[in-house]
Design a protein around this ligand. Structure first.
Ligand code: RET
Length: 230
């Protein structure tokens, strides 16, 4: 994340300041991720969410014991800041107006905070899956405002920008949809270890931030060379 921040900042070098907005947004995304991963790796930004589990025995009374799972809340702080910035990248690219962008960003914040509340709730409860469901509905609003609305507005920017937006939007849609699936299997149903969850999220984060950013900024340069200003 740190290395890609350096690369993105360097890529803005020959770009006039007035056309650097994608470079600024994209560099901020990886800087925030760098800080969040430092916080998680150095032992901060996580807590334990515990539940009482009951052991059933034949001849002894049922015995309770605590089952705890580590929850990295630092992830949600990262996502709460970086997913709105990713939405901003896509909205600017598609030429989406302020009202739709704002609605997408607020829906996105509700989605991420719902995920945080879900992960801190008691496992297997309506509270936990309730927040998860609210998060999923919010995600549909994000897709609607950015994906569906954006694919209409972007056509005014010509075929080259439309192609770029479509590719980036489909890439993001597939990638972003993996997060709630991973959450459901790992955090929700506890079907994987915390270590496995950490590794899957790391791979997804690298694709969603440095790979997405590199793709956007390289395309920005290629389009600028052909006098198309995104
Ligand atoms: C949660 C759980 C609640 C329901 C939904 C979720 C979606 C999360 C998403 C995260 C995207 C993160 C990205 C990070 C960038 O590096 C919060 C897991 C729908 C879509 C793109």
């Amino acid at each position: 994340m740190l290395a890609s921040s350096g690369v993105f900042a360097a890529m803005s070098w020959n770009v006039p300041v007035s056309r650097r907005v994608y470079h600024v947004i994209t560099t901020l995304i990886t800087i925030i991720a760098t800080l969040s991963y430092f916080a998680m790796a150095s032992g901060h930004a996580s807590t334990f969410s515990c539940d009482t589990a009951w052991d059933h025995h034949k001849h002894v009374p049922d015995t309770p014991h605590e089952v705890c799972r580590q929850v990295f809340w630092g992830r949600y702080v990262d996502w709460a800041l970086t997913t709105p910035l990713l939405i901003l990248d896509l909205s600017l690219l598609a030429g989406i107006d302020g009202a739709h962008t704002l609605m997408a960003v607020v829906a996105d914040l509700i989605m991420i905070l719902s995920g945080l509340f879900a992960s801190l709730g008691d496992s297997g409860t309506a509270q936990r899956w309730g927040w998860y469901a609210i998060g999923c509905v919010s995600y549909l609003f994000v897709i609607w405002h950015v994906g569906l609305h954006g694919s209409r507005t972007v056509s005014a920017k010509g075929s080259a920008v439309t192609r770029l937006f479509s590719s980036l939007a489909i890439f993001s849609l597939l990638l972003w949809t993996t997060y709630p699936i991973v959450w459901g299997i790992a955090d929700g149903a506890h079907k994987t270890s915390v270590d496995t969850e950490i590794m899957i999220y790391s791979v997804l984060d690298v694709l969603a931030k440095p790979v997405f950013g590199l793709w956007l900024l390289i395309s920005h340069r290629a389009l600028a060379d052909t006098k198309i200003d995104i």
